[in-house]
Design a protein around this ligand. Structure first.
Ligand code: GTP
Length: 300
């Protein structure tokens, strides 16, 4: 409280960086307390910067869940990297997530080098400590310190919750004083169709496992109130080859029906109403290099 009794709030942006699969989505959900970022055991699920908003009486912490940072390889990853750099410029702090199970590798060093140039304080969280002994964790904490990028390093388990509160308290302390950016009830500012597309994509990945790589993108074109208590959602799953399309559709359409049913349930849970999901599969050869499609999909 200030002298005149008005509450002092802190608010700002924390840019979350880390190799694919380190647990960025799981941590985002743990911090925000809702399912805003999709979680999958496949690397590189998160292509868009998905923001989660945590609001408490004294702070609003806006997490920017960065796409997996990689060396530029094609148009998509160059764009992703551009996005990472601009998010860092606009952030109040950066959080580098490491995987305790895997230790510090070249990918982590690459991101750390990028973060060294960030004009904001950098914090490291070493995740998945539930999978490691105390000694193994200590070794990774030391390797994290040796990156010489962060002043503070926190061991956590995003899945189990261990250490998450301490980390959040520290991050909140790095935010500048200021009013809230979003209404307190908001947990994500994503356009609804992007969020729904992520939920559908999660089901596609879950069911197709290794067979269909990360070349699947989902676009939600239409969300329409059809009648009381029923929302019509039209989605297209874009793949790169005819054989991927075949896998997604499956023998006699079994796979696409299973994906559709599971995705519809997720959408119903999200929207709190019955959903009619119209899901089609289309082939778009090398969409990764198609700037116009990337724009339409909201990948900047
Ligand atoms: N044991 C354990 N597993 C975890 C923990 N945090 C995340 N995971 C698992 O690690 C896998 C990847 O987690 P995600 O949250 O999807 O990782 P991500 O960094 O968002 O991945 P991308 O979006 O692909 O970059 C999932 O299977 C999670 O359940 C943790 O603290 N402990």
């Amino acid at each position: 409280m200030t002298v005149d009794g008005a509450p002092t709030t802190r608010s700002g942006f924390v840019a979350l960086a880390g190799r694919p699969n380190v647990g960025k989505s799981t941590l985002t959900n743990a911090i925000v307390g809702a399912k805003v970022a999709i979680v999958s055991d496949k690397p590189q699920t998160t292509r868009r910067a998905i923001r989660g908003v945590r609001t408490t009486p004294d702070h609003q912490l806006i997490l920017v869940d960065l796409p997996g940072v990689q060396r530029p390889r094609d148009v998509l990853t160059e764009r992703m990297q551009g996005r990472v750099e601009s998010e860092l410029r606009d952030a109040d702090a950066a959080l580098l997530l490491l995987n305790a199970e895997q230790g510090v590798g070249p990918g982590d060093r690459f991101i750390a080098a990028l973060l060294k140039r960030a004009p904001v304080p950098v914090v490291i969280a070493v995740n998945k400590i539930d999978r490691c002994s105390k000694h193994e964790t200590a070794v990774v904490l030391q390797a994290a310190a040796d990156l010489e990028v962060a002043d503070d390093i926190f061991p956590i388990s995003a899945r189990g919750g261990q250490g998450v509160q301490t980390l959040v308290d520290h991050l909140a302390g790095l935010l500048p004083p200021g009013p809230y950016y979003f209404p307190p009830e908001d947990r994500s500012d994503q356009a609804e169709n992007v969020l729904l597309a992520e939920l559908v994509r999660e089901q596609v990945l879950r069911r197709t496992r290794q067979e269909v790589p990360h070349s699947v993108e989902v676009e939600v074109g239409e969300i329409e109130d059809r009648e009381d208590d029923l929302i019509y959602v039209r989605a297209v799953a874009w793949v790169e080859t005819d054989s991927q399309k075949g896998i997604l559709i499956g023998a006699g359409g079994r796979m696409i029906r299973a994906i559709g049913t599971a995705a519809r349930r997720e959408l119903e849970r999200e929207l709190g109403t019955r959903v009619h999901l119209d899901l089609t599969v289309r082939v778009r050869k090398s969409w990764r290099t198609d700037e116009r499609l990337l724009d339409r999909l909201g990948i900047e």
